[in-house]
Design a protein around this ligand. Structure first.
Ligand SMILES: *Cc1c(COP(=O)(O)O)cnc(C)c1O
Length: 357
């Protein structure tokens, strides 16, 4: 089989060694002849997987002791609701940053639970940039933001600590891709399928000291305190997804952890953006200072080249670079497991196309 260069925006590319080990575990795992997905989640070996996944997540994210890690279901989409449920008191409010489609969905869900004020928005600029965050009213329980905007290819370079209230973030599409200062955070959540593993589980990193203070009667599955008290095993966890996430986290640790992969991610981003800026056929979509290291969005200055170019990259084994339908053009998603060699192949195709046109 020829090599596929998988630039998919999500579910993401995973390291080949992870796919191999995960597929073997589906056939038979451990020494009792059972498949990973047909044994009890309360069995000793799986409980150990859950524990290691939680502790390795905390280690790789360099989070202090006040954080508890959970791996639950419902994706980041349920996280929009869960975060508000656990952190906005009865009759309370929260501040949100509008950086696009996912951020808007977070606002919509949070409105079920409190007064939501959108304190900064990139909407007028077509979401090509990250808005400036000023100090927000201290009545708000937290400021919620989306660290990386998968669709538009924009990214916060640093947490917006200038807000002056605790931070809550949807880190779905850049979790584990770069180091960050966690000191202002109360809650971080991220669907696994963009940078950590297969779909089916969502990671929560929650400051345990802030739970239980809303005065709300929270339904059990939505209550992060319940999940902590059950060691992330309140109900049957998505075992395959969590196991494969653990394999990916171990792979990441062997690569030098988040600091190690950040260097590679920066090199990949530099490679593609340099070509987008150099090549007269293309232009970048996101404003330069807000460009994402995970999702590079770009388009032709003259869209008439599209069909010819699409045939060329597909022939080179490149997959998944079509832009999101709301943006158009191209989007090269360069999650942790995408090798820099794949980015080089795309850059060479762009250079080649310019030469031959
Ligand atoms: C993909 C994505 C989501 C949706 O995650 P689900 O796990 O499918 O619910 C949410 N937020 C961001 C930033 C995303 O990129």
């Amino acid at each position: 089989m020829s090599k596929v260069h998988n630039f998919s925006a999500g579910p993401c590319i995973l390291p080949p060694e992870v796919l191999k080990e995960a597929s073997e575990a589906v056939k038979s795992w451990g020494n009792n002849g059972l498949s990973l997905i047909e044994m009890s989640h309360r069995s000793k070996p799986f409980v150990a997987v859950m524990e290691e996944t939680r502790s390795l997540t905390k280690e790789l994210l360099n989070l202090p002791d006040r954080f508890e890690i959970l791996y639950l279901q419902g994706g980041a989409s349920l996280g929009f609701l869960t975060s508000a449920y656990n952190l906005i008191p009865e009759g309370g409010s929260a501040a949100y940053v509008d950086t696009g489609a996912w951020a808007n969905k977070a606002v919509k869900e949070a409105k079920h639970l409190g007064d939501i004020e959108v304190v900064a928005s990139a909407k007028e600029r077509g979401y090509v940039s990250i808005p400036k965050i000023n100090t927000v009213d201290s009545k708000h329980s937290y400021l919620h933001y989306t660290t990386n905007n998968t669709i538009y290819g924009t990214q916060f370079k640093k947490p917006p600590t200038s807000a002056g209230v605790p931070l809550v973030a949807d880190m779905s599409s850049d979790i584990m891709s770069k180091e960050f200062d966690s000191s202002a955070f109360q809650l971080i959540y991220a669907g696994a399928q963009k940078n950590m593993g297969p779909a089916g589980t969502v990671m929560y990193a929650i400051d345990k000291n802030v739970l239980g203070k809303t005065g709300r009667d929270i339904p059990a599955y939505l209550d992060l305190g319940v999940h902590i008290s059950k060691d992330s095993m309140f109900n049957t966890p998505p075992v395959f997804s969590i196991f494969t996430t653990l394999l990916t986290l171990k792979w990441l640790k062997a690569k030098g952890g988040v600091a190690g992969i950040e260097k590679i991610n920066n090199a990949k981003a530099e490679l593609i953006y340099n070509e987008i800026d150099r090549n007269p056929l293309f232009r970048g979509h996101a404003e330069e200072s807000c460009r994402s290291t995970m999702n590079a969005t770009f388009m032709f200055n003259d869209p008439r080249h599209t069909d010819a170019f699409d045939a060329v990259w597909a022939a080179e084994g490149i997959s998944g670079i079509k832009g999101h339908r709301s943006v158009g053009g191209y989007r090269a998603s360069m999650y942790n497991a995408l090798p820099i060699e794949s980015v080089q192949v795309l850059v060479d195709v762009m250079k080649d196309f310019e030469r031959k046109i």
